[in-house]
Ligand binder design. Structure first.
Ligand SMILES: Nc1nc2c(c(=O)[nH]1)N[C@H]1C(S)=C(S)[C@@H](COP(=O)(O)OP(=O)(O)OC[C@H]3O[C@@H](n4cnc5c(=O)[nH]c(N)nc54)[C@H](O)[C@@H]3O)O[C@H]1N2
Ligand SMILES: Nc1nc2c(c(=O)[nH]1)N[C@H]1C(S)=C(S)[C@@H](COP(=O)(O)OP(=O)(O)OC[C@H]3O[C@@H](n4cnc5c(=O)[nH]c(N)nc54)[C@H](O)[C@@H]3O)O[C@H]1N2
Ligand code: SF4
Ligand SMILES: [Mo]
Length: 750
């Protein structure tokens, strides 16, 4: 491998032992009592001494839970908090197995500093004092030489709030997460352009009371949005119709009355044909559209020729299926949801596809109606008193003059591109702080990410595990897991406002520390003490809780607290007057905002690239027992699934002579080959023009003893991105792979 300024370093270079705990010890310590049938133990039950409130950090859904410890102070199980609407007392397999994050013996244990020894780069262990002094010194120098704005923060997860507070106080607003430009960004912009409001997280979908749920590439059941999965199952029990549009026979498809195995990349044509049927057969909610919407005439004219017959030629979905499913939606209206999806960065016209979804919902009158989209509320927690943030002289958008005016959040890839020196660019980023996001696995075009990293003056990573991103850091700060720390209160929007507390059930293992402590310590070294006036987080939380009529003491006992809604407008659009936050004050079927920015005001179908002969579209998604790349080494969850496989249609398997469980490498359209081989799974559940794999596997760091080399990484194959011109999201599904069946030994990448 070519030597660079920042070599990828295996953390094993530290040399300190870590395998003190054998696997079997871990399993005994972790054995839950079979609460949800996942982990059964023949061992005697330990005495449960205590329970501590928490909310889960294995994914962003943040289910509230109780962590139980035994008389030795060991964690024995985590179970859902019955009062929590995110989980209704039940955790998904990942939440139950979250304790594996705590026990994982491969965890980061001490601060690490990159050093050069005998011409070779490696990490050496350091004290917190030394590591924090070094980070602060680098940041102060950066501020002096290039301005505070040349620092960017990437973050994902609860601790991101504290880190954001730190860097905003420092003077930068370049704070990005792959969960926007690689995930839900297009839907937020598409829905905001239509309704003047976004879908939020958790989604404001009233699945509980819906009579028809349409899932377009939203694979609920594998995508384990806990509360949504449960509400969907309740809706099915109550007789709701489920329509799933997916080129793959997903778990959701198996629960559906209608499965539409659409040709990939053609959903826009289906949506436009549905809109055509709803309008031309007069099935839309006329009173609702009359009162609330703008642009029906333009829309009607626009979809005039977009008949089901037209869409059939594009999507391969039969015209009468398109009509019948449109009739199902109309019959359920307004208790119908065309689900906006979440990971929607697919083909580069994603904001427009999200607009088509929003328009269809509007025509059926589901926004603001029972069984459609409710109006959520959250607790407005006051911020702990601190000085105002300095106003940055430049923001990330200065690197992209005239572009992305409709975007409120920062683009991760925008930060990445502006970290690669470019004399034509107004402004370059020079240093990154990365908190809880594994950018090498989550950003497409890995080569660009690495190029950006190589050009940085400084990279500090705060993580719990030795991941791909930590291998490129100058300094690594080990955070303790969510089970070992307090965090900010969870105050996400829902039908009723709730607060959830996370507190430690055990002390931090090794020499790891919580994010709030790291932020405060860095703050005091950067001369920002005034922004961290609290002694510790207990004081901070108690102050906030008392302002809203609770206290830390109370929350420690109950974990979750419900507050009354301020307004009785859960379903606000039943004829009441309402002004939408759009230019016309109406739901914009025709978007005046997109028109004024030079984009199509009405969504159009565009043809997307198809695979060359011998290549198949790379489709990827989730498995119920893993979250992205973050759980791939979790001892409890690797027990349930330890590698991904690649789904191949029998027709394709026979052309290639592939057998089940045979290992192959994948090669993409740009000649990039996966670092590791992956198993074949032959199944009718995938179309012949695509293959499918679960994201998050194929880890390259040997220090991940369970995850190293297990399965293949979809991210490695995503070298072609289609940038969404409206909001800068990275469409990642225009990548194609073929098989390499000769398994000659490949060069070891790490
Ligand atoms: N190829 C491909 N790329 C994708 C996707 C895909 O399906 N395929 N999905 C996209 C989507 S939808 C999203 S939302 C993004 C998500 O992308 P990321 O935000 O990168 O998500 P994770 O993979 O969960 O990264 C989590 C990182 O956080 C660390 N971590 C876990 N817990 C903690 C903690 O408590 N503290 C700290 N400090 N660190 C912690 C983990 O060790 C890991 O390094 O990826 C996007 N990118
Ligand atoms: N267990 C688990 N659950 C998770 C996560 C996790 O890591 N693990 N991550 C969470 C996050 S951050 C997100 S964003 C969500 C993502 O979950 P979703 O938003 O539900 O799903 P996507 O990843 O966009 O889509 C995957 C589905 O799209 C289908 N698909 C592929 N191409 C097309 C196409 O052209 N048209 C159509 N109609 N369908 C297509 C695939 O076959 C697959 O079933 O999951 C969340 N839930
Ligand atoms: S859905 Fe599962 S992993 Fe996500 S927060 Fe809830 S229990 Fe944890
Ligand atoms: Mo996501």
């Amino acid at each position: 491998m070519k030597k660079t300024r920042r070599d990828f370093i295996k953390i094993s270079a530290v040399g300190s032992g870590g395998l003190a705990l054998g696997l079997s010890t871990i399993k005994i310590a972790n054995a839950s009592d079979g609460e949800n049938g996942l982990f059964k133990s023949s061992h005697a039950r330990p005495v449960l001494q205590n329970r501590y409130p928490t909310y889960c950090e294995v994914c962003f859904w943040k289910c509230a839970a109780w962590t139980y410890t035994d008389d030795n102070g060991e964690i024995v199980k985590i179970i859902g908090n019955d009062e929590d609407p995110h989980c209704e007392g039940r955790l998904c397999p990942r939440g139950t197995g979250g304790v594996g994050m705590y026990h994982d013996e491969d965890r980061l244990k001490k601060p690490l500093i990159r050093v050069e020894k005998d011409g070779k780069q490696e990490f050496r262990e350091a004290s917190w004092e030394e590591a924090l002094d070094l980070v602060a010194g680098k940041l102060n120098k950066l501020k002096e030489e290039h301005g505070a704005e040349s620092l960017a923060l990437f973050s994902h997860g609860s601790g991101g709030k504290m880190m954001s507070h730190l860097v905003k106080a420092f003077g930068t607003t370049s704070i990005a997460a792959p969960s926007f430009a690689q995930c839900r960004g297009p839907r937020e912009v598409g829905f905001a352009a239509t309704f003047g409001e976004t879908v939020l997280s958790p989604e404001r979908t009233d699945i509980r009371d819906t009579r028809c749920l349409v899932l377009i590439g939203s694979h609920i059941g594998e995508n384990m949005h806990n509360g949504q999965v449960q509400e969907m199952s309740d809706a099915i029990d109550k007789g709701a119709t489920i329509i799933t549009v997916d080129p793959r026979f997903s778990t959701a498809a198996s629960k559906s009355q209608y499965w539409l195995p659409i040709k990939p990349a053609t959903d826009m044509a289906l949506l436009l044909a549905w809109i055509h049927v709803i309008i031309y057969e007069g099935l839309y909610d006329k009173d609702y559209i009359e009162k609330y919407a703008y642009g029906l005439d333009q829309l009607k004219q626009h979809v005039k020729n977009m008949t089901p017959e037209w869409a059939y030629g594009i999507t391969t979905i039969e015209p009468d299926v398109i009509r019948k499913t449109a009739h199902e939606m109309a019959a359920a209206s307004p208790a119908v949801i065309i689900h906006p999806g979440r990971h929607v960065t697919w083909y580069g016209d994603d904001t427009q596809r999200s607009r088509a979804i929003a328009i269809l919902n509007a025509l059926l009158g589901s926004w603001g109606r029972r069984g459609g989209f409710y109006n959520p509320e959250k607790v407005n927690l006051p911020d702990y008193p601190s000085p105002g943030y300095p106003k940055p002289k430049r923001t990330w958008k200065d690197a992209f003059p005239g572009q992305y005016k409709l975007v409120d959040e920062v683009l991760s890839t925008g930060i990445c591109y502006s970290s690669i020196p470019n004399p034509d660019m107004e402004f370059n980023i020079k240093a990154w702080m990365v908190y809880g996001t594994n950018l090498l696995a989550s950003l497409p075009e890995q080569e660009k990410t690495i190029e950006a990293i190589q050009n940085l003056d400084f990279l500090v990573v705060i993580d719990t595990m030795p991941m791909e991103i930590t291998g490129y850091a100058d300094v690594i700060l080990p955070e303790c897991t969510y089970l070992e720390r307090y965090d900010i209160l969870r105050a996400s929007p829902h039908r009723e406002p709730y607060l959830a507390l996370r507190m430690p059930a055990v002390k931090p293992k090794y020499d790891s520390k919580p994010n709030w402590w790291i932020a405060k310590e860095l703050g005091s070294r950067l001369g920002l003490e005034d922004y961290f006036k609290w002694e510790n987080i207990e004081e901070y939380l108690d102050w906030q809780l008392k302002k809203v009529g609770s206290s830390l003491e109370e929350m420690k006992k109950i974990g979750i607290k419900k507050f009354p809604r301020e307004y009785e407008d859960l379903y606000a659009l039943n004829g009441e007057d309402f002004e939408f936050n759009t230019n016309t004050g109406k739901i914009e079927l025709y978007s005046t905002e997109l028109a004024s920015e030079g984009f199509d005001p009405l969504p159009k179908y565009t043809h997307h690239r198809e695979p060359d002969p011998g290549y198949y579209r790379l489709n990827y998604g989730r498995a119920p027992m893993h979250t992205f790349s973050r759980t791939a080494n979790n001892p409890n969850l690797t027990d349930l699934m330890d590698e991904n496989n690649v789904w191949v249609n029998p027709k394709v398997a026979s052309i290639w002579g592939l057998k089940n469980d045979q290992y192959v490498y994948l090669k993409n359209q740009d000649g990039v080959v996966t670092s590791f081989p992956v198993k074949i799974r032959i199944t009718e559940r995938i179309r012949w023009d695509s293959v499918y794999m679960v994201h998050g596997f194929g880890h390259a760091d040997k220090k991940l003893t369970r995850a190293y080399g297990k399965g293949a990484s979809d991210s490695e194959m995503i070298t072609n991105v289609k940038i969404d011109p409206v909001m800068g999201g990275t469409g990642m599904r225009e990548n194609f792979v073929t098989f390499i069946t000769e398994l000659e030994k490949k060069e070891d990448r790490s």
